[in-house]
Design a protein around this ligand. Sequence first.
Ligand code: COI
Length: 357
Amino acid sequence: MLNEAISMKITPSVKSHINEVDWDNLPFGKVFTDHMLVMDYNNGKWQAPEIMPFGNLSLHPATSAIHYGQSIFEGMKANKSEDGEKVILFRPDLNAKRFKESCERMCMPVIPEDVFVELIRKFTEVESNWIPSREGYSLYLRPFLFATDDFIGIRPSETYKFVIFACPVGAYYSEPVRVKIEEHYTRASRGGVGRAKTAGNYGAALYPAKQGQLQGFHQLVWTDGIEHKYIEESGTMNIVFVINGVLVTPSEESDTILRGTTKRSVIEVAESWGMKVEERQVSVEEVVNGVKDGSISEAFGAGTAATIAHIAKIGFRDEILDLPAIETRTFSNKVQKYLDDLKTGKVEDTFGWCVIV
Ligand code: COI
């Protein structure tokens, strides 16, 4: 079916609950729109997708994703232009590519990238009245895929369910973040699944992250799984530094780091502004010394949910290292505004990144 001009059944919800939403108190990820898109995989092929009223899924207790972890997801955002005329998706092709790579790594059937983008586009169109027009708010889209065989045994499932739902959201972090460099626990090791956006990576991080939260940190900064000497990424976002005026971020060459859309965009924008960018190994020592001697002027997380999250403090062993005041961070403030403006059509999309729904 998937190469035909996707035929899609749309069953509208009987009544929208949009007027019941408290838009002044919008917790991240807790308010859901009226519909979801569901597409099943069975008999060796994808079946016709359907947009239907949002609701619970009914699962067999032996559903293999629950037991054996074949479960992947993406996070992306839709915005409206200032005049409310256009609905804009930001670089959905990168999400489609990463989703495909996650499918492959987790032995799951691939959704062709153009089909993934078209399903997102269609679903966003149906839910477009849920896109908040307030500054700093968006419609967060959550496509995910999980194995549905009711089978006890280790082998790739033969059936899957792909779902897209959406949540209107504001900022994921409401303040600049405090992060702790983690030197004991490991998020991912070489040859593992660190590059895949798979559910287990997040589950495995909960206990270490909780230890950090008990010490007053929002998130951990993961280090490499062999020596804990090199910075990898943070729990909910990639990590970026400005060191002596150069934009520096851990290289994605090892397969332990998620390939983030926001980070890639930050890099490409920086390069277009003539800034020197280095994607390379970044040692813990370099970061700790750089904060102490002032050569690191900015540090931030980059992610779809987190957007640009300024890092205020870095915990390292018994020390808390303070980074420069947020107002002094010329690059991250500028790139944050620029990306926000691109996503809401306030500046011309010279990169060709935006898809108009
Ligand atoms: C995203 O940035 O979209 C993620 O999936 C991270 C999660 C913390 C919401």
